[in-house]
Write a protein that binds this ligand. Structure first.
Ligand SMILES: *Cc1c(COP(=O)(O)O)cnc(C)c1O
Length: 427
């Protein structure tokens, strides 16, 4: 079908996510993906510097992952997952448990990041409920993003994205990100809360990097102190690793940087290498045990039609095969080191408020008169500057960031850095 027809029909029939209906620019029509590149309808290559909404790990249409998924397509495409099981889901659970922190022992499947979070929240609430305890409050970080379902929105930041639903969201205690200056005060404030409120059920956080907020980064050391305090007080800790999982921060999971391990971990995005939707909520044995009872009302009544879809599990297994190769880790190191050099080079750049990196993620905060937020007008013009240079970068407000697929080469990274330098020079 010709280009005008596709765009015309897109306009007529499709409602895109996070897209302003009046001011949106014409969407770019992607026809093919290969390695680090997308190709548009005119055959122009575009470097995917953001891993296609942070999901892709090994490049688009990776021959190995594609083959494994297509093999699975000829064997089993879907199976009801209550009362039935299948090999890809079982083996994937075993292998994930092998990579997750030692205290994790059970895998609960769903089908995206928001559901992985939703499952975690419900798992915590019912953990207490099953023991006859009325603990319902969650603690979360300011600026957090945990997905677009009601539970995810509730524990996330209150902002323009969820204004319309504000009074339907449940009450959450939001705390600032810890740093060297506020740490002691924060600990004291939390201790006071814990002393006065006996209804705190859990603490949810994005470990080390808050993605959607604008790639805000904080130290493992401080998070560790918080987790330790919460665990001492029997408050369950949920690490939302939907974005940080699978090597993004330079370790397999961001939780690997922590001494005190979370009780529950949420995974999605990179889980399938960016191929298929799949969500995982893993938990420690004691949480699972609180659901083991002759009393049927203690069952965890939660499931999705596409829970543990075999095609998704096959993609995740193939992606894990690649994650276990030393070549992949060499690439992760190469990207991390090259980001670190880029950060060092521009540490004091006059056009930047801040430049920071963690593993394969680098973020530049532009100086702007407007406040940092997503509706900042700057972001669309920034995106189009880079598209003209054949690079896909979509800023979060005034925060420009890279989170590339691991197959990216040094030459391609340098091409992106140069484009960023040109962009900064013309500001
Ligand atoms: C993207 C994201 C989610 C939501 O995942 P979806 O698959 O988009 O629903 C939740 N938590 C974090 C940290 C994320 O980055």
């Amino acid at each position: 079908m010709n280009q005008n027809k596709i765009i015309g029909k897109d306009h007529q029939f499709v409602w895109h996510p996070f897209t302003h209906l009046n001011y949106a620019e014409t969407p770019i029509h992607i026809v093919k993906g290969e390695g680090v590149y997308f190709f548009d309808n005119e055959g122009n290559p575009l470097i995917d510097a953001i891993s296609s909404w942070w999901v892709n790990l090994h490049g688009h249409c990776h021959p190995y992952v594609s083959r494994k998924v297509s093999e699975q397509l000829n064997t089993l495409e879907h199976a009801i997952f209550s009362g039935f099981t299948h090999e890809p889901a079982v083996i994937l659970a075993e292998r994930l448990i092998g990579h997750l922190p030692e205290n994790q022992s059970k895998i609960f499947y769903s089908d995206n990041g928001s559901t992985a979070v939703e499952v975690a929240l419900k798992m915590v609430l019912q953990y207490w409920h099953n023991q006859g305890l009325n603990k319902r409050k969650f603690i979360a970080f300011e600026n957090a993003y945990h997905g677009d379902t009601f539970g995810g929105m509730s524990v996330g930041a209150r902002n323009v994205f969820n204004n319309a639903f504000e009074n339907l969201l449940f009450d959450v205690i939001h705390i600032p990100l810890p740093n060297s200056e506020n740490m002691d005060d924060l600990i004291n404030t939390i201790k006071t809360w814990i002393y006065h409120h006996h209804d705190i059920a859990g603490f949810i956080f994005e470990p080390l990097v808050q993605g959607a907020a604008g790639m805000f980064m904080f130290e493992a050391e401080y998070l560790d102190r918080l987790i330790s305090l919460f665990r001492e007080n029997k408050i369950l800790c949920i690490a939302d690793e939907v974005m940080t999982g699978f090597g993004r921060t330079g370790e397999f999971f961001a939780s690997n940087y922590l001494t005190h391990k979370p009780d529950i971990i949420c995974l999605s995005k990179g889980l399938t290498g960016g191929y298929m939707p799949l969500g995982v909520t893993s938990c420690a044995q004691f949480i699972y045990d609180a659901y083991k009872s002759d009393d049927k009302t203690k069952t965890f009544f939660h499931g999705h039609s596409y829970t543990a879809n075999p095609l998704s599990c096959a993609a995740a297994l193939a992606s894990l095969d690649l994650m276990e190769k030393s070549e992949t880790w060499n690439q992760i190191r190469l990207i991390s080191e090259s980001h670190a050099q880029f950060v060092k080079k521009h540490q004091f750049h006059e056009k930047l408020n801040d430049i920071r990196c963690k593993g394969t993620i680098v973020a530049l905060e532009l100086k702007t008169s407007e406040h940092t937020h997503y509706l900042n007008n700057a972001s669309e013009s920034i995106a189009s500057f880079f598209i003209k240079k054949g690079i896909i970068i979509r800023p979060l407000g005034n925060v420009l960031y890279l989170i590339p697929p691991y197959c990216i080469t040094l030459a391609q990274l340098n091409e992106i850095y140069t484009a960023i330098e040109e962009f900064l020079a013309q500001l």
